[in-house]
Design a protein around this ligand. Structure first.
Ligand code: ADP
Length: 359
């Protein structure tokens, strides 16, 4: 069901994403071993990860294990290596009767991975998986949280990449969090510096996809929702699947169009705020630029770079290098918060994001 509010785990429940899935599959077949699936929150990274790995297992019999990094960090930040081993074992829940501490021999059953191991160390378990399988996928969902671990997890990832040639690493996360702050491929001091990786960017649905998503979702409940309400939902909520799904679920549960929109907007604002905090940590200028663009574009379609520069200069009370501003703008475009018209003009493509910054 499209409006089920949990992450999807089967490709048949995932709307769209065919091009991204085929890209993933093709690169995997080309022998690529490090994948980063990025996109803003609620875009469907977890759903894409589970559904794709299930499908790849079905098609190619490549087994996989997924570890939720949030769980790893929330359980025990001091010894995450062991916790991850435990989490891998948790996938086998029901199969293990004794507690981990009493186990002498552990059976690891990820999706398709069957392994008996005397070891409780993650590195040894990974080595065993590497020995046993011609190819296996080890995935970390919301991988940016691993940067809060006491051990440097990128060292572990670099070690897997360099030594365990049968393992494919797949990571998901927000672009800022996972790429800039955790993996740091461009930082020559970072363990993963320069490693070849494939980035799969999950975009928002375009308006016609978003409309079709809602139409199909309501059809699954035999609900007839007026087209003008569907169009209004698409216009207000844009193409973020998580928000469209919640809108659909609220309507199915009996809320009126505007009540459903209001509820989703409130939730969405919270998500955007928490996601933007990652950028706040890098520099307060990102937020300032977003606020400036939101203000300028409340009366005109786009904001000129020159006007953004003037407004920022006024705010900070000092001269700002226009090259610097370009760098910030490029980043905001890369993260999907802004779009560039090609004529030195910018706008906020997501109406929900725009609301957050319009004060
Ligand atoms: P993320 O991991 O990016 O935060 P999730 O995978 O948790 O996103 O998805 C958020 C919500 O949107 C979930 O309810 C999920 O079922 C739904 N969803 C996301 N992408 C799709 C899609 N392509 N098709 C159907 N539902 C989706």
């Amino acid at each position: 069901m499209l409006f089920s509010v949990e992450p999807k785990t089967s490709i048949k429940d995932v709307f769209g994403r065919k091009a991204e899935f085929l890209d993933f599959l093709e690169k995997l077949e080309n022998g690529r071993r490090l994948f980063v699936i990025t996109g803003p929150r609620r875009i469907g990274k977890t759903s894409f990860l589970y559904a794709s790995l299930n499908e790849i297992y079905r098609m190619k019999k490549i087994p996989y294990i997924i570890v939720d990094a949030r769980k790893v960090i929330s359980v025990n930040a001091h010894n995450p290596g062991e916790v991850i081993a435990k989490d891998i074992l948790k996938l086998a829940q029901g199969k293990i009767s004794r507690t981990l501490s009493r186990l002498e021999e552990i059976t690891v059953r990820g999706y398709g991975i069957r392994l008996r191991s005397k070891s409780r160390e993650l590195t040894e378990i990974l080595e065993k998986i590497n020995e046993k399988y011609e190819r296996a996928i080890v995935a970390f969902d919301e991988a940016q949280y691993l940067r809060f671990a006491q051990r440097d997890f990128t060292l572990l990832l670099a070690w897997i990449y360099d030594n365990l040639q049968n393992l494919v690493i797949v990571l998901t996360g927000s672009q800022v969090g996972v790429l800039e702050k955790f993996l740091r491929f461009n930082d020559y001091k970072a363990p993963l510096y320069g490693r070849y990786h494939v980035r799969i960017k999950l975009p928002r649905f375009n308006p016609s996809e978003a409309l079709e998503f809602l139409e199909r979702g309501f059809a699954e409940y035999n609900m007839n929702v007026p087209t003008r309400e569907l169009l209004s939902a698409v216009k207000t909520l844009d193409g973020v699947p998580g928000w469209l799904t919640h809108y659909g679920a609220y309507r199915v549960d009996g809320l009126s169009h505007w009540d459903a929109i209001e509820k989703v907007l409130e939730e969405a604002k919270g998500y955007i705020e928490s996601e933007f905090k990652e950028l706040d940590e890098l520099s307060p200028r990102y937020r300032a630029i977003m606020e400036i663009v939101a203000t300028i574009t409340s009366t005109q379609p786009t904001a000129r770079r020159k006007d953004i520069l003037n407004a920022l200069t006024l705010r900070e009370g000092k001269e700002i290098d226009s090259k610097d501003l370009r760098k910030y703008l490029m980043r905001l475009v890369d993260y999907g918060f802004l779009e560039h018209t090609g004529y030195g003009e910018y706008y906020i493509p997501d109406p929900v994001v725009k609301r957050v910054f319009q004060r």
